[in-house]
Design a protein around this ligand. Structure first.
Ligand SMILES: Cc1ncc(COP(=O)(O)O)c(C=O)c1O
Length: 350
């Protein structure tokens, strides 16, 4: 607290990102990054941008990247909005596409940035409990609201909601924007982008931080009806006209142009996820079915906190949330085969 702070800042409850420790040789399975690096073509494309043109501002609309993403998802460039990581896209969505005076709905267990944006922009919200099996029940989203948002697959549970159920939520809320945050969709889910043309109230948000191995580049995007995109552009151009720098625009475009690299890395993560799941079940863990690049698991006899602490003493970092309903769980990012072996052995020893 400082006398120089605005009253708004006094009341903020900021998001706490997963730790980025500086220690060497850590097995870092705590922030859902991709264990495999980006395509060499991404590195080449970024290197090609390291020249005199850096003195010039980047394209404020990111036209080339928008065209690439639009072609990939079979939509029009005017249906695509780019941001500095999907966190920034989400911030603009909360500001520009929800009705602030009516409670927006999101699951009680979900991405913990959502309540933070509500606090920042003074948006009313109501959490909707997941079922006992930690699933989203579409029926629960048939109530008056100022908008709806949920990740699919959900974080930190990893549970996926099939498209017919997503459609149920969309159809029940024709007067409100429904945002599907698909940060982890590439690890086994089916994107709701295919529903965009039928639902003008649908906005799908994705990121290059996970399946495209580019968390360090900060690129996210939203796809939806041009009217929704226009709202996001109005917010963006009232905040920062150049959210993506020249390196990010070039690297992200190259990532979409190397489909083979993307598929190979994604498939490895998926097969490792299945292997780690089976191994943890063998150690007495309950592992929720995951379609993400992480699993959410609890042990019948050991507390989540004690396990996280025990792993840390062995140089293995996972995420533990000290929150109602989920304090028994660990959220474990899927790593390389070697990292996953270390995790399994670490848990076995505990
Ligand atoms: C559900 C969900 N949405 C969005 C994000 C933000 O991703 P980024 O800002 O890296 O694009 C994350 C990051 O972990 C996430 O878990």
């Amino acid at each position: 607290m400082s006398k120089f702070w605005s009253p708004l800042v006094n009341d903020l409850v900021p998001y706490v990102p997963g730790e980025q420790p500086k220690m060497a040789n850590l097995v870092k399975l705590n922030t859902n990054e991709n264990p495999f690096g980006p395509s060499p073509k991404v590195i080449e494309a970024i290197q090609a941008e390291l020249n005199d043109s850096l003195r010039l501002y980047p394209d404020p609309e990111g036209e080339g990247l928008r065209q690439t993403i639009a072609a990939y998802h079979k939509v029009k460039p005017e249906q695509v909005f780019l941001g500095n990581g999907s966190d920034e896209v989400l911030a603009h969505i909360f500001y520009g596409l929800f009705q602030h005076g009516e409670p927006i709905l999101f699951p009680d267990i979900t991405y913990s940035f959502y309540p933070v944006y509500c606090g920042l922009y003074n948006i009313q919200s109501r959490t909707v409990p997941l079922t006992d099996r930690f699933e989203i029940n579409p029926e629960d989203y048939k109530q008056p609201n100022g908008g709806v948002i949920f990740p699919n697959p959900n974080a930190p549970t990893g549970r996926y909601l099939g498209l017919p159920h997503v459609e149920g939520i969309l159809a029940a809320n024709p007067e409100r924007v429904v945002v599907v945050d698909e940060a982890y969709i590439d690890f086994g889910g089916e994107s709701a982008i295919t529903l965009i043309d039928r639902y003008p109230n649908l906005l799908v948000c994705q990121t290059l931080s996970k399946a495209r191995s580019l968390a360090g580049l900060r690129v996210g995007f939203a796809v939806g009806h041009p009217e929704l995109i226009e709202a996001l552009n109005r917010v963006k151009n009232s905040f920062n006209s150049y959210p993506l720098d020249r390196l990010a625009l070039a690297g992200a475009k190259a990532a979409y142009e190397d489909e083979a690299w993307f598929r190979t890395c994604r498939d490895r993560v998926i097969s490792e996820r299945e292997r780690v799941t089976a191994a943890l079940e063998g150690l007495g863990f309950e592992v929720l079915p995951s379609k993400a690049n992480f699993i959410f698991a609890r042990h019948g006899e050991q507390s989540g906190e004690a396990l996280a602490r025990g792993l840390r003493e062995q140089g293995i970092i996972v995420r533990h949330f000290n929150k109602p309903r989920i304090s028994g769980f660990l959220r474990i990012t899927i790593g390389t085969a070697g990292q996953n072996d270390a995790l399994i052995e670490g848990l076995r020893s505990l």
